[in-house]
Ligand binder design. Structure first.
Ligand code: FAD
Length: 368
């Protein structure tokens, strides 16, 4: 027998949950279909947990627009819903004079993106703010922060459920078909069933392309390629030597390893970047030497033996090695030609920061 529902959101990561919340609050009857036994077990629980300011993204891109709007919405949401977060700020540092041009490019792009609060720092300012950090110049980004991503997802889910949404765990979408009456999803798991959905949002993270390909009626030409890039995080043993996040200016010839500090005060370095050809979260311990070298460019006091293997995350990419980085791709009926379907691809960083703004964007695509 085929069940009928108003709206299915495929994927209970931070983005899927934000979308489900938004649609439920708008009065839609929402079922969230999640393949795993718990929500948020993939990219959303393997990130840096940074609320990004929106500095680096290209002019007019969805990443730039949704990050800046999402950041403002997220700070408001966290305050109203008691989600743990902290506006701790970030230092962007040039470790050599030849990197100062890169800093200026960041400032120009930030201003175009509407991030107008960067404070210029000289070497003395850097030493005063972060005595362990060596830099010749830099910027302080006061609107960058950190967040408890699990707490955020719980809050999104709670809001969605308060407005009638239901989360179905262990419910992978295995195939589907676009029909005249709606979209039929074939849901596997313990009790497989077919659901006829008035509306479908495909927010399945790095599986979104596979899910789209499994639904007949979605034009294959509208589905971008799938690529994966892994990032490793090392944690620092002992007390935190920094109060803020530290981001060196990116250079082509070395790893731009960042410092993030979590809400418990734990310092982590990363993520690095390597292309991989399948989902495999295993930690490659041979990366330690490259991390030590990269970190010591701005933190010369890093002692041998203090880095410990942390965790990995995998970026859901839609362009591969040698190709320019892609923007978020969020397709509505105008893009793929299927009524009442929205598909999201390549929702890598800053997807967490942007989640509330992405949800508004998706709701808008479904209304028009
Ligand atoms: C290393 C790394 C660091 C990052 N750091 C930051 C950061 O500091 N700040 C920031 O803003 N962003 C950051 N991001 C980006 C952010 O984490 C992601 O944009 C965001 O978590 C994506 O959420 P999602 O819901 O789209 O995907 P996911 O969290 O991957 O959720 C997708 C869900 O879909 C489910 N699913 C898959 N297939 C099916 C199926 N067939 N049926 C049903 N369910 C299915 C999966 O099980 C999963 O739960 C980072 C990303 C990475 C990789």
């Amino acid at each position: 027998m085929t069940e009928r529902i108003d709206c299915a959101v495929i994927g209970a990561g931070a983005v899927g949950l934000a979308i489900a919340r938004r649609l439920a609050i708008a009065g839609r009857e929402v079922v969230i279909l999640e393949a795993e036994e718990a929500f948020g077990t993939h990219t959303s629980s393997r990130s840096s947990e940074v609320i990004h300011a929106g500095i680096y993204y290209p002019t007019g891109s969805l990443k730039a627009r949704l990050c800046v709007a999402g950041k403002l919405a997220l700070y408001r949401y966290c305050a109203e819903h008691d989600v743990s977060h902290k506006r701790i700020g970030k230092l962007i540092v040039a470790t050599a004079p030849e990197e100062i041009e890169g800093l200026n490019e960041y400032r120009d792009q930030a201003e175009i993106n509407g991030v107008n609060d960067l404070e210029l720092l000289d070497a003395d300012d850097i030493a005063r703010l972060e005595p362990e950090v060596r830099g010749v110049a830099g910027f302080l980004s006061p609107s960058t922060g950190i967040i408890d991503s699990h707490g955020l997802m719980l809050a999104y889910l709670g809001d969605a459920e308060d407005h009638g949404a239901a989360l179905a765990l262990a419910s992978p979408v295995v195939s589907g078909a676009v029909t005249r009456d709606g979209i039929v999803l074939d849901v596997g798991g313990r009790e497989s069933l077919d659901i006829l959905c008035g509306t479908v949002v495909n927010s399945a993270g790095f599986h979104a392309q596979a899910v789209a390909r499994s639904i007949t009626g979605i034009p294959p030409a509208s589905i971008p390629p799938t690529h994966y890039a892994i990032g490793h995080y090392y944690t620092l043993t002992g007390a935190a030597p920094f109060k803020r996040l530290i981001y060196p200016v990116a250079r082509r010839d070395w790893l731009g390893v960042h410092v993030t500090v979590d809400l418990g005060g734990q310092v982590k370095f990363g993520p690095d970047f390597a292309w991989i050809d399948r989902i495999d979260y295993r930690f490659d311990e041979t990366r330690a030497a490259a991390f030590y070298e990269a970190i010591r460019r701005y933190y010369p006091g890093l002692r041998d033996g203090t880095l410990q293997a942390g965790y990995t995350g995998i970026r859901p990419k839609i362009t591969g090695k040698g190709e320019p980085a892609a923007d978020f791709v969020i397709q509505g009926p105008r893009e793929h030609g299927v009524r009442r379907l929205v598909t999201l691809y390549g929702i890598e960083s800053p997807g967490l920061t942007s989640s509330l703004a992405i949800a508004d964007y998706v709701a808008d695509l479904l209304e028009h």
